[in-house]
Design a protein around this ligand. Structure first.
Ligand code: GAR
Length: 190
């Protein structure tokens, strides 16, 4: 059976991208990596998997509309139907939201609506709470807002360091995100 095509958007290390690529029996084919940070480690990872990458410099465009129009062209050339944000540290604009309604998904390292934005695990760690988590949600115009698809709680222990907490969060993300991706695609086929 032909697999539906998807793109991953990422800005950094790409451990979530890697987890998606390594998932046994992923129900979609990742045909494009979009990255807004030349030099990001995720680009090398995409090359390793033979996934075509499109790297762009947002500042070299006059507006978000302008660069998202170009992204849209690339996505259409590749017949992309789903966009999975995996550490893409940029607000998605109306151009992409309109073209991919309910088809842009994000993962965030907290129990949203708690601790949105950057460094969510650091925010939780500094807040001194004993639980945080991971959220997968549909993307809307806000920062880490949009309807929640799945959440998993994670304990923060008194002897945790930022590193041990980050590691635990990543472990959960790497399991949860590929699972949710498969679930979304399976649901659509029903
Ligand atoms: C992940 O923890 C992801 O949840 C987070 O960025 C990290 C990317 O790591 N995303 C956000 O904070 C979105 N607001 P990775 O590059 O190793 O996958």
């Amino acid at each position: 059976m032909k697999k539906v095509k998807a793109a991953v958007f990422a800005s950094g290390t790409g451990t979530n991208f890697q987890a998606i690529m390594e998932k046994d029996n992923l129900f979609c084919e990742i045909v494009l990596l979009v990255c807004d940070k030349p030099g990001a480690t995720v680009i090398e990872k995409a090359k390793g998997y033979g996934v075509q990458e499109f790297v762009f410099l947002p500042n070299s465009y006059s507006s978000k509309v302008e660069y998202e129009r170009e992204l849209l062209e690339k996505l259409r050339e590749k017949d992309v139907e789903w966009i999975f944000l995996a550490g893409y540290m940029r607000i998605v604009g109306q151009t992409l939201l309109d073209a991919f309604e309910h088809r842009i998904v994000n993962i965030h390292p907290s129990m949203l609506p708690k601790f949105p934005g950057k460094d969510a695990f650091l925010q939780a760690f500094q807040a001194g709470v004993n639980k945080t988590g991971v959220t997968v949600h549909f993307v809307d115009t806000g920062i880490d807002t949009g309807p929640i698809i799945a959440q998993q709680e994670i304990n923060i222990y008194p002897d945790d360091t930022l590193e041990t907490l980050e590691e635990r969060i990543h472990r959960v993300e790497h399991q949860l995100y590929p699972q949710v991706i498969n679930q979304l695609i399976a649901n659509e086929k029903e």
